[in-house]
Design a protein around this ligand. Sequence first.
Ligand code: F6R
Length: 606
Amino acid sequence: MCGIVGYIGDRDVSSVLIVGLERLSYRGYDSSGISVISEGELSFWKKSGKIHELSKIIDGLNIKGSLGIGHTRWATHGIPNDINSHPHLDKSKKISIVHNGIIENFLDIKEGLIKEGYVFRSQTDTEVIVHLVDKHYKSNLVQALAAACKHLKGSYGIAMISELDPDKIIVARSGSPLIIGKGQSENFVSSDINTILPHTKDVIYLEDNQFGVITKDDITIYNNELTKIDAVLQHINWDPVQSEKGGHDHFMHKEIHEQPAVVRRIISKYVDSNGSITFKSVKDVPLEDVSRFIIQSCGTSWHAGLIGRYLLENYAKTPSEVDYSSEFRYRRMISKGKDMVLAISQSGETADTLAGIREAKSNFFPIISFVNVKNSSIDRESDAVIYSHSGQEVGVASTKNYISQLTTLYLFSLYLGVIKKELTPEQAKSYIDELNKIPDYIESILAQEETIKTLADKYYLSNQFLFIGRGINFPSALEGALKLKEISYVHATGYAAGELKHGPIALIDSKLPIVCIAPNTSTYDKMLSNIQEVKSRKGKTIIVATEGNKEIADYADDIIYIPKTIEDLSPLLVSIPLQLLSYYIAIKRDCDVDQPRNLAKSVTVE
Ligand code: F6R
């Protein structure tokens, strides 16, 4: 999704901006642009397509700048073309703006501005901001930006430069992240910490309704009344994330293969040498009193939440419900005083999940979040955070972070079970012993990669797939279908197998591949009946089953075996062949696996 970079200092400005844009590119984008001030004069270049298209038009121009801003755009308002790309400029082309987020009332503002004689060049919502700044400008740019922001409804992270005050980058934030990096006689701006960390580890996270004025040597932060406030300079003590493919063809492939190490890492972080679970970050949260969990998240994180519900109910005997953040945030929030909201997010920036947290907070729910990206907005706004420790996930389709969400939720549920005295410490230890075996089991599934690749070769021309599962592996079916559709653009639907006869069974014919998730769990017999229903209608079954299960092979066109584990850990194993199947089908269909069309790694708009 959209990304912002900015730089002021003595380095080659356009190069710093382009490298910054490259570092943002994993988030997903469809155009890019930069704007630079050189000897007081503003210039800009923008182009649809990949960043190298932009580089092509600026290579050889010998741009000498003292400051600049850049942007990767993920189209929301207006198609991805050169004109709709950022930056956007005012009528005299003296003010340049890049923006992340969505201005919800832009049509009303645009109508008013057109009546006043403003001419719009693009179809974007962003362009209203720059015209509003122009309209409100008297002699001070930050005042003009603050006046413009008073009209905006929606979310924004904004960076602005102008010939009218050519030694400053001005930034604003409301609901969309904006970070300032402090260097030595140079400063940086970005919407993503990973772009700043290679240059400096001293950063200021702009809060909502704050403005920043950045010169080469100074950073001044203002509140929405434009009163100067003391900025909190934080020192980040972790390194910029590694984003090399390490010999793999794609980040997704690398990340699938990192999963055994991710599970081992999480165990080492949260299980001490005595085999007891310690979540230091939640030790002061009165978990024993919680009578209901409400889990809210999106996409793959929502699937992890669905599995989390089974775990919390099973080990901690605590009723739990799960909602999409985009639905939860608009629901009536009724708290009986002992409810707790759990938010799950890889990026920690998903707009709906963040909004869900804010709504829940204003309704007095305590919030624990499961987050991968440290210092993200959700990390900073939650009452307590449990980190997923999966390392940076670059592939847009979530794989290793899903596994880490399942692992942390499993440990959290056991921890809670012990606190609530629903489990003895010894019982919890025996469940941890099972978890300890999972990394080796995942490795054994990864060793079957060639077999799964052969299945992809066999099925990749099918234009639709059905995934079915039951109980704790119903969410696994949803996740398998999501992975396939997002990276290979094949229509895939996940269904609870017990629901087949209530509708989707009508889809089944001799051409439809049906991925049947049938490990040895408490619902296995029921699942076997569902598979028989599928087979008797000539559906093509690809069955994921537990090693040693020969009986089920009679109903399989193809079969993938996974090692035997306990029911509550089976989703961790089931997801591995499904990830590989999607990956190889996408490759065969010649799709951009790491950056699927229309998708973004961090969904910072509603
Ligand atoms: C799918 C995928 C998305 C994300 C969703 C939530 O592979 O990655 O569905 O899971 O956009 O993102 P986070 O977890 O960052 O809140």
